[in-house]
Design a binder for this molecule. Sequence first.
Ligand code: RUB
Length: 308
Amino acid sequence: MTCDFVKDTSEKIARMEIRGAGRIARAAAEALMRCAETSKSKTAEDFLKELEASGNILVGARPSAVSLPNAVRFVLHRIKTSDLDLPQLRELAIETAADFIDASKKAVEKIGKIGARRISSGDTIMTHCHSTAALSIIKTAFNQGKDIQVIATESRPRYQGHITVKELAKNGVPVRMIVDSAARIFMKEVDKVIVGADSIAANGAVVNKIGTSQIALSAHEARVLFLVAAETYKFHPATVVGELVEIEERPAEEVANPQEFGGVVIRNPAFDVTPPEYVDLIITEKGVIPPQAAILVIKEEFGWAIPH
Ligand code: RUB
């Protein structure tokens, strides 16, 4: 048995009504919290089974952001390793989900503060897609009075760049929008690229919105710093034992109507992988690390979740 909140949240995640790795993670924790609050299970065993089944549904909603399974794991691990009766277990599940949500929001704030130290007055920053963590750095630096400019890609096919541009403009940050394919021509004006992450593998490779790796490549070519803003729950425990991050392929219709092209195949991968060689720093809420230290973050934060 699973609850309605879980079905509703996983549908919203799949439809991208709830999107962005951090928001997805917080929504999953909240669904589990509501599930625990309203559960009609009569025994601790049934309650655990219900939450586990709910967790599996949530995890199946989208494959590439590890923040989703990490949020579910965080809640389930704490309740599964306790030895409590049903009312206490319910309380613990609610408390743990709330802890995750709270820690996640604080992490984004902390990343803003830590990352802003890397931004200087006069910097032009390029960003791609819509990342709350990357924007936290940009907005914090701007609010500290640093004179910065932003160049944001529109991020086809779902145009998450529009959200970025509107959010920055609303906050008074000077921002220009470009088509994704103009990233290289503008790179000569850029001092730093800052993007978010959906997953970070044990070798420091960064999975983020499709197009990120091309931007990283042109930043590398132009010797522009490439920074990734990522909470520690974006690090992927199973990559330690060789699991690959699944790259979500979304419907062709998001790109164009195949019928208008005589049924031609249209591919629509939603994410790509930026190799660690193109990443200068990863900014987490625990501090700034080189991509080569990703394995240490995974061992420290998710050692218990690394599959045997
Ligand atoms: C969003 C995306 C974002 C990361 C990080 O993809 O790739 O860069 O999720 O975002 P989609 P945040 O729109 O397909 O979910 O920093 O907000 O977690």
